[in-house]
Write a protein that binds this ligand. Sequence first.
Ligand code: 5GP
Ligand code: ZN
Length: 136
Amino acid sequence: MKKTDCIFCKIANGEIPSKTLYEDEEFRVILDVNPATRGHALILPKEHADDLYELSEGQASQVMLLAKKMAAQMKEKLHCDGLNLIQNNGETAGQTVKHFHLHLIPRYENDGQQLGWKPSEAAQEELEAVRAQIAE
Ligand code: 5GP
Ligand code: ZN
């Protein structure tokens, strides 16, 4: 279903123009309007899902295949040195647009970007407690 007040629904379905890299029946891939690096792109499903939790299994399986295809094309055409896939769910995780999107961020040596997290120390007991909490 399309959400009338959702900007990515409008972009994905062509009601608002975008710099489109790829389109098929289910997805549109666009350039991010405020790119982290040259070629920063977003994969948008045409069917609205707020986030990963709402994404259908069909969309979820297709999106990674498309990411793989786009990654190869971007590497070939942009000659990037690396690529980050980023996908934020929830405000706490940095999601600002509530329509699922997968970021494709080409990386270049000395591109000045700092994407990532601060690693911490964790005792084996804590890792085991977390494992049990999730897996059991
Ligand atoms: P999030 O923080 O939700 O993971 O990422 C949202 C992304 O969407 C941001 O990188 C932002 O620059 C991009 N964005 C927001 N509005 C628009 C828009 O109207 N057009 C395009 N192309 N990108 C947008
Ligand atoms: Zn939407």
